[in-house]
Design a protein around this ligand. Sequence first.
Ligand SMILES: C[S@@+](CC[C@H](N)C(=O)[O-])C[C@H]1O[C@@H](n2cnc3c(N)ncnc32)[C@H](O)[C@@H]1O
Length: 242
Amino acid sequence: MNNEYENDIFFEEYAKMSRSRDGLKSAGEWRQLKSLFPPLLGKTVLDLGCGYGWHCKFAAEEGAAQVLGIDLSEKMIKEAKKRNTGNSIEYRVCGIEEYEYPQNMWDCVISNLALHYIEHIEKIFQKVHETLKPGGIFIFNIEHPVFTAGVKQDWIYSETGKPQYWPVDDYFVPGARNTRFLGCDVVKQHHTLTQILMGLLNNGFELKAVEEAEPPEEMMSIPGMKDELRRPMMLLVKANKN
Ligand SMILES: C[S@@+](CC[C@H](N)C(=O)[O-])C[C@H]1O[C@@H](n2cnc3c(N)ncnc32)[C@H](O)[C@@H]1O
């Protein structure tokens, strides 16, 4: 399976992002995402597409008894093992589609900014539902459908290079989008809001919270951050297994 996080140039550019250098406090969505987490003391936590493992580390620091972070990229897992280790944390190179999802195993499944790389998201919802214990919680943050819909996933710029507006196009055509991200060609998957939310409801989840990330005031000095408030970029969802 193709994964740009294995590409040296992309990997180096990703490492320069403020969220990669400074972790969760530099992630625009973290304030909102953090508030969705249940108490994790003594709980089991699975992180789908864990990257450097920031959320695994957070779960361990909150007292989780067992944390598993999976990611398709060997480079990302190697980095996670360097940066965010802990006695209760295990990392594994494994695709979100390939993980075995044992029945009734996890109290909490999280996924931050990885599910827009998955084509058949509903199948993953079904597997997550199976692997959660009764009452278990699924929290994820996915690129917002308004953000992923446009074929190029970029602003329309003025002649002087200022972002003019964000095009939403082909909204009802789910599937692959060939985008440019961090100077590389990256394939992401567009899912409509209906696919995401009904995908959860049709697979036995109860929706607990749906939020659209708004970067906090203190991050507005970061270049380009003010433009993030002109259109939704991330959709945060909390769902319970009944
Ligand atoms: C934007 S990064 C987010 C990493 C981490 N969740 C975070 O918030 O810091 C997306 C991650 O998803 C991983 N990824 C992409 N497609 C995947 C797949 N099919 N299975 C597992 N991981 C995948 C990438 O390797 C990358 O580490």
